[in-house]
Design a protein around this ligand. Structure first.
Ligand SMILES: Nc1nc2c(ncn2[C@@H]2O[C@H](COP(=O)(O)OP(=O)(O)O)[C@@H](O)[C@H]2O)c(=O)[nH]1
Ligand SMILES: [Mg+2]
Length: 364
């Protein structure tokens, strides 16, 4: 029996299993087996085609990367050209963009790579088109922007499903689970919460993934699916923004109606440059980046060239980003700005910086 036959069989069985407390353990087992087979199929197929992780031979560059996806002719190329230095071909026909085109958006001193990724189509996660390659590009970016127009609003849910099927979790945090494997003693479950899932079901899922002995700390009300995500270990958690383009073609009444049905969507006209500033600000906020101005002793910092780093980073992480030697030889830092109680305050390596802080490093 092929992997696919086995998968179809299990999926049929799952669809016939009623959803209630009594069938929880059975459903958990079925779902785990389905997830494992999907992963097995995936690695099997990529072995056959001999393809490695990143498709299209693309390299990451800049401080962060964004993938721009959506149905053909939604306006991906138009938007990319408005936001970046890229020259992405704009066409009246579908499938004008056959390869991924990168551009760089310069914003607040950061260089943000935006990739025009055309091939995310319905069926991509099953390998339709160059689906697998396309998904592996998307997987490696920091933010996904899905662009559509009023004619293709119904595609949104399906494209989200394609991303989900390929192990990409949108606007979701990794499950709050800590696992410490042991050699004996069974599964020892610890949680400060009252969980909806039965302890038995949870243990069964761990066993399905070959973990028989471990201390497990669970700090959120997990579901079968989020626990499988954790156990599978190859899921990625990426920020996600949905935009509706071509609002210049809509009446006020039509817009109001769509806004009601899709409250989370951002409305733009790439062609007319409507709402693009707000949209770029939204990109920046979702990337969760901040600026740190490095200062040499006795000199003014260069405010045009910030170091771009994740929000919540420490002095130590800044050192690491600049040079390993900096991290090794660090003595203390002086900090100006929002995270300092007074100008030029002395801080240690674990100090958490805030946006637009000025940082002066002192070494041993
Ligand atoms: N009315 C209108 N047309 C747009 C807008 N943005 C893009 N278009 C048009 O939509 C068509 C497809 O655009 P393109 O950027 O090539 O879409 P892509 O296939 O997603 O890259 C072109 O004819 C564009 O001129 C917009 O904001 N308003
Ligand atoms: Mg295009």
């Amino acid at each position: 029996m092929s992997i696919q036959d086995r998968l179809d069989e299990l999926k049929l069985k799952l669809s016939k299993t009623p959803v209630n407390k009594g069938t929880e353990k059975e459903r958990a087992k079925l779902k785990a087996n389905i997830a494992k087979l999907e992963d097995k199929k995936e690695s099997h197929e990529s072995k056959i085609s001999g393809k490695k992780g990143l498709g299209y031979g693309l390299r990451k560059s800049g401080d962060a990367s964004i993938s721009l996806v959506g149905p053909p002719s939604a306006g991906k190329s138009t938007l990319l050209n408005k936001l970046t230095n890229a020259e992405s071909e704009i066409g009246y026909y579908e499938f004008t963009t056959l390869k991924v085109i990168p551009g760089v958006l310069n914003y607040k001193g950061a260089q943000i790579q935006i990739l025009d990724v055309p091939g995310l189509i319905i069926g991509a996660s099953k390998g339709k088109g160059r689906g697998k390659e396309v998904l592996s590009v998307i997987r490696n970016t920091d933010l996904i922007v899905l662009i559509t127009d009023y004619k293709r609003l119904k595609d949104v849910k399906q494209l989200e499903q394609e991303l989900y099927n390929s192990g990409i979790r949108l606007n979701q945090q990794p499950p709050l689970i800590r696992l410490k494997k042991k050699v004996s003693g069974g599964i020892n479950l610890l949680t400060p919460l009252k969980l909806d899932l039965d302890e038995d079901t949870i243990k069964e899922l761990f066993r399905e993934y070959g973990i028989a002995n471990a201390d497990v700390l669970i700090r959120e009300n997990i579901t079968i699916d989020t626990l499988i995500d954790f156990l599978a270990g190859n899921r990625v958690y990426i920020h996600f923004i949905e935009i509706l383009n071509k609002i210049d073609e809509l009446s006020k009444g039509e817009l109001i109606k769509i806004k009601k049905d899709f409250p989370k969507m951002t409305f733009i006209s790439a062609d007319k440059s409507w709402n693009l500033n707000r949209f770029v600000e939204q990109l920046w906020n979702n990337l969760e980046l901040m600026r740190v101005y490095m200062k040499r002793i006795g000199k003014e910092p260069d405010r045009k060239a910030p170091l771009i780093i994740k929000i919540g980073s420490t002095v130590d992480q800044v050192c690491e980003k600049i040079h390993k030697e900096f991290q090794k030889n660090f003595n203390y830092a002086r900090v100006w700005g929002k995270s300092a109680k007074f100008e030029g305050q002395n801080k240690g390596r674990h100090h958490i910086l805030l946006d637009e802080d000025v940082l002066e490093l002192h070494f041993k």
